[in-house]
Design a protein around this ligand. Structure first.
Ligand SMILES: Nc1nc2c(ncn2[C@@H]2O[C@H](COP(=O)(O)OP(=O)(O)OP(=O)(O)O)[C@@H](O)[C@H]2O)c(=O)[nH]1
Ligand SMILES: [Mg+2]
Ligand SMILES: [Zn+2]
Length: 305
């Protein structure tokens, strides 16, 4: 091979990340997805990142540098914050009545997503399970009242209906699916992307992990007949969603129903807990804002991470 072959770089998008390895795809579509490694110690790339890569041989690449991120969604634990995805336009939080979703986690995800300046919708899956669907209906109504789009679907049992309901929301955008394990994120991806399962299994086999649960994030293009110019990212489910990377003020402003009340508390530094003259606590007591979300907010402020 001539030594000058290594000179040019290409713009690519990170389509999957697992450990120190990545899948990247050409932004211009000039070449199919290929495995990429990073230079040196740098491994903090994530799905959605735009990177300059140097192509090596027919199917490998080296990531040389990172383009600035337009959006970045993070979650934190006690020790550090973790990047979930970059450059996504919106997130779909997948919930279900069976197993019952955790509203504490939902509120945390909404705060993180709203703070990241990313659009969001709730995707209430498994609507075919009637008792479970009935049990979450009042909460779906509460989130609709706050202005969040809520799509009720049964990805597993009524896939065509799910595609029809989500089509307009997906079109022209890159959408991140997030949520607890077992809610149906991967099932939904499989109804939207015909060969998603096969492609994921190929990677899983390479990683010698036979488990059903998703273990790494993965971006797919949607076929044009499902939604034009659309991409979707499947992610592993999680049990916790730390918000320590955000300030108390950011968390407060991400509670949509607080917005008209902020500034009306007696004290400027009100934490909306037991301070006298707290407009938010009083609104919750009068039923003017949702008492469940108010209670969950207080719990987050006790333990943001
Ligand atoms: N009844 C019913 N079951 C569903 C539906 N969608 C998904 N399921 C089932 O829910 C279970 C979990 O689905 P997955 O798609 O693997 O869930 P996930 O959110 O990707 O889970 P993780 O990868 O662990 O985060 C599977 O047994 C699915 O068959 C649905 O619309 N109706
Ligand atoms: Mg999954
Ligand atoms: Zn207050």
């Amino acid at each position: 091979m001539p030594s000058s072959a290594a000179a040019a770089t290409d713009l690519a998008r990170v389509a999957a990340s697992f450990g120190r390895q990545f899948y990247v795809r050409s932004c211009s579509g000039a070449w199919p997805e290929r495995v990429a490694v990073t230079r040196g110690k740098r491994t903090d790339f994530c799905v959605g990142d735009e990177v300059e890569v140097r192509l090596i041989g027919p199917d490998q690449a080296v990531i040389e540098s990172l383009r600035p991120r337009r959006t970045a969604l993070l979650r934190s634990d006690r020790w550090r914050s973790k990047l979930l995805a970059a450059n996504v336009d919106q997130a779909g939080i997948v919930i279900a009545g069976d197993p019952p979703f955790s509203e504490a986690l939902l509120v945390r995800m909404l705060i993180a997503i709203d703070s990241a300046g990313i659009g969001v919708a709730l995707i209430a899956n498994k609507s075919d399970l009637e008792d479970a669907a009935r049990s979450i209906a009042p909460r779906l109504a509460a989130y609709r009242a706050l202005g969040y789009p809520v799509f009720e679907i049964a990805a597993g049992t009524r896939p065509a209906e799910a595609r029809a309901r989500l089509r307009d929301w997906l079109a022209g955008r890159t959408t991140l699916l997030v949520g607890q394990s077992g809610m149906g994120k991967s099932t939904l991806v499989n109804t939207l992307v015909p060969d998603a399962d096969l492609r994921t299994q190929a990677i899983s086999a390479a990683l010698s992990s036979g488990r059903h649960t998703t273990t790494f994030s993965r971006m797919f293009d949607l076929p044009a007949e499902v939604a034009r110019d659309a991409r979707i990212v499947d992610t592993p489910g999680f049990q916790s969603f730390g918000l320590a990377h955000l300030s108390a003020s950011q968390r407060m402003h991400a509670m949509r129903e607080f917005a008209p009340l902020l500034g009306r508390c007696r004290f400027n530094d009100c934490r909306h807990r037991d301070e006298p003259g707290c407009a938010i606590r009083e609104a919750a007591a009068r039923g003017e804002i949702d008492a469940t979300r108010y209670r969950l907010y207080l719990r987050i402020e006790e333990e943001p991470d």
